[in-house]
Ligand binder design. Structure first.
Ligand code: SF4
Length: 471
C-alpha cells in the first residue's frame, strides 16, 4: 500500500484509470441516493438503455421533500408525491434497496448510512447532496455530486475527479463549556473562509477531534464543504470501531477483525506530508453564531458584528450585502437579536446526541412567547431512540413541537418554511439568502444547545447562561 495520508491511500486504491483529461476515474464503493437528485439521472440512464451497474452498492432513502407533520400518502404537495413515486419506481426497476417512510430505517441520507453501518473507513462514497462530506467522519472519502454525476455512478460505479490537495486542520485541547463540535467547524470556516478549502480535502486531526464522539465528528465533517473543501475526514480509531461494531451492515466475526486491521492500515502515516497544515487551540473557540449570509460570517456570542474594515477588499461586497439582507448593523452585538423560529435538526445536528444535549437545556424551561420552536429527528431510528428516552416529552413540555424525521427546514423543500422576513436560529448548515423557504427569510447558524437558548430567551443568547438538567 502507498504511504502518506489516508486520502492518498484511499484515492490510490480506488483508482481505475487516469483519463486523457488528467482526471482520475475513481471507483465508488457506496452510492447513496434520494428523491431530489436521482429522478433525472434515472431518466438519463433509461434514455441510453443503461442499467444500474451495481444495485447492491446503491442505497436509497427519502428525506428532502417529506413532510414532518402529516406523512399520509399521497402527499399534499403534488410535486413531492411525484418525486416520491419516481424514486419508488426506479428502486423497484433496478433492484435498489429503498428505506421508505415507516420502514424504521428512513431518514436523512447522511444520518441513516452511518447508523446502519453502511459508511465504513477506507470507502469512497458519493451522493447527490453537498453534505456527503459527513461520511468522512469515519475515514471515508465522500463526495457530494451533481445529477449528471449521479447518472455516471449509477451506470459505471465510477466518477471522473481531479485529485485534491490535503490540508491538515489540527485542533488541540479540551473544548470550553458551552462549546460544541458545531462551534469548532463554524470557527474553522470563519477563520479559513468559505473558499479557503477550494482544491483541498480537509483532514481534521488533533486531540480535540480525537476526544469527539462519532456524532460530533459527523457534525464537523458535514460542514467541510461550507469551508470550500470538497471533502473532510478524520482518521479512524477505537471510537470509530466501537461505533460500527454490531451495526447491521458492519462486518461480523472474522470479517470484523480483518476489517479493523485494514481500517487501521489506511490511517494517515505519522510521517505523511501535507500540502498545508493549520493549527487551532480549542480554548480559543467560543459558542459561535453566524450573522450574515455565508457560514463564514460567524462570530463568538460575546462579539459584535464586524465592520467593513475587518474584511479584505474581496470580502467587503458580501459583508455589505449581508448587513442589508440580515438588517443587522456593524458594531451591533449578536446577542439579544430577536428570533422568530428555532429549528433543531438536519444532517449536521439531528442525531441522538444533539437531541440529548438540547433536551438537557430545554428541561425546566419554556419557549418564549411568540417563538415557534421545533425538533426534527434526523432519522426514524433517532426518533425511536429519543422517544424511548423520553426526550420528546421534555421538548413538548418546554413548548417545542416534536416532528417526524426529514430534512425539514434545512432546505425547506417541504411544508416547513420561514414566512416573510422571519429570523431563524437554526442548527442546520447553510444560511444563504432564502435557504429556509422564504425568499427574504433570515438564518443564524448555531449549535443545537444555542438554538434552545435562543428559543427560551426569544433572542440570540449565550447557552452558558442557561441552566442545564443533569444527565
Ligand atoms: S438536512 Fe439539509 S444539507 Fe442535509 S441532506 Fe437534508 S437538505 Fe441536504
Amino acid at each position: 500500500m502507498s504511504q502518506g495520508t489516508l486520502f492518498d491511500k484511499v484515492w490510490d486504491l480506488h483508482t481505475v484509470d487516469v483519463l486523457p483529461s488528467g482526471q482520475t476515474q475513481l471507483f465508488i464503493g457506496l452510492h447513496l441516493i434520494h428523491e431530489v437528485t436521482s429522478p433525472q439521472a434515472f431518466t438519463m440512464l433509461q434514455d441510453r438503455g443503461l442499467k444500474v451497474l451495481y444495485p447492491q452498492r446503491t442505497v436509497a432513502t427519502v428525506d428532502h421533500i417529506v413532510p414532518t407533520e402529516n406523512q399520509a400518502r399521497p402527499f399534499a404537495d403534488v410535486l413531492a408525491e411525484e418525486m416520491m413515486q419516481a424514486l419508488e419506481q426506479s428502486c423497484q426497476d433496478h433492484g435498489i434497496t429503498f428505506h421508505n417512510i415507516g420502514s424504521g430505517k428512513q431518514g436523512i441520507v447522511h444520518v441513516i448510512a452511518p447508523e446502519q453501518g453502511l459508511t465504513q473507513p477506507g470507502m469512497t462514497i458519493a451522493c447527490g447532496d453537498s453534505h456527503t462530506s459527513t461520511h468522512g467522519a469515519f475515514g471515508a472519502i465522500a463526495f457530494g455530486i451533481g445529477t449528471s454525476q449521479v447518472r455516471d455512478v449509477l451506470a459505471s460505479q465510477t466518477l471522473a475527479l481531479a485529485k485534491l490537495k490535503v490540508r491538515k486542520v489540527e485542533v488541540n485541547g479540551t473544548l470550553p463549556p458551552g462549546v460544541y463540535a458545531k462551534d469548532v467547524i463554524l470557527h474553522i470556516i470563519r477563520t479559513l473562509g468559505v473558499k479557503g478549502g477550494v482544491g483541498y480535502a480537509y483532514e481534521f486531526a488533533g486531540t480535540t477531534f480525537e476526544q469527539m464522539s462519532m456524532d460530533e465528528r459527523m457534525t464537523v465533517c458535514n460542514m467541510s464543504i461550507e469551508g470550500g473543501a470538497r471533502c473532510g475526514y478524520i482518521n479512524p480509531d477505537a471510537i470509530t470501531f466501537e461505533y460500527l461494531k454490531g451495526r447491521e451492515a458492519s462486518p461480523k466475526g472474522a470479517d470484523w477483525d480483518r476489517a479493523v486491521e485494514w481500517w487501521q492500515s489506511i490511517r494517515s502515516d505519522t510521517d505523511a506530508v501535507y500540502d498545508d497544515v493549520i493549527v487551532f487551540d480549542a480554548q480559543d473557540i467560543s459558542p459561535t453564531v453566524t450573522w450574515g449570509i455565508t457560514p463564514g460570517q460567524g462570530i463568538g456570542i460575546d462579539e459584535s458584528i464586524p465592520g467593513l474594515d475587518h474584511f479584505t477588499d474581496t470580502d467587503q461586497p458580501i459583508a455589505s450585502e449581508a448587513y442589508k439582507y440580515m438588517d443587522l448593523q456593524p458594531g451591533q452585538p449578536i446577542q439579544g437579536t430577536k428570533v422568530d423560529v428555532c429549528f433543531i435538526g438536519s444532517c449536521t445536528n439531528g442525531r441522538i446526541s444533539d437531541l440529548r444535549e438540547a433536551a438537557q437545556f430545554a428541561q425546566g424551561h419554556q419557549v418564549a412567547t411568540g417563538v415557534k420552536a421545533f425538533v426534527v429527528p434526523g432519522s426514524e431510528q433517532v426518533k425511536q431512540q429519543a422517544e424511548s428516552e423520553g426526550l420528546h416529552h421534555i421538548f413538548e413540555k418546554a413548548g417545542f413541537e416534536w416532528r417526524e424525521p426529514g430534512c425539514s427546514m434545512c432546505l425547506a423543500m417541504n411544508p416547513d418554511k420561514l414566512q416573510g422576513r422571519q429570523l431563524s436560529a437554526s442548527s442546520s448548515n447553510r444560511n444563504f439568502k432564502g435557504r429556509q423557504g422564504s425568499a427574504s427569510g433570515r438564518t443564524l447558524l448555531m449549535s443545537p444547545a444555542m438554538v434552545v437558548a435562543a428559543a427560551i430567551k426569544g433572542e440570540v443568547a449565550d447557552v452558558r447562561q442557561i441552566s442545564k438538567a443533569s444527565s
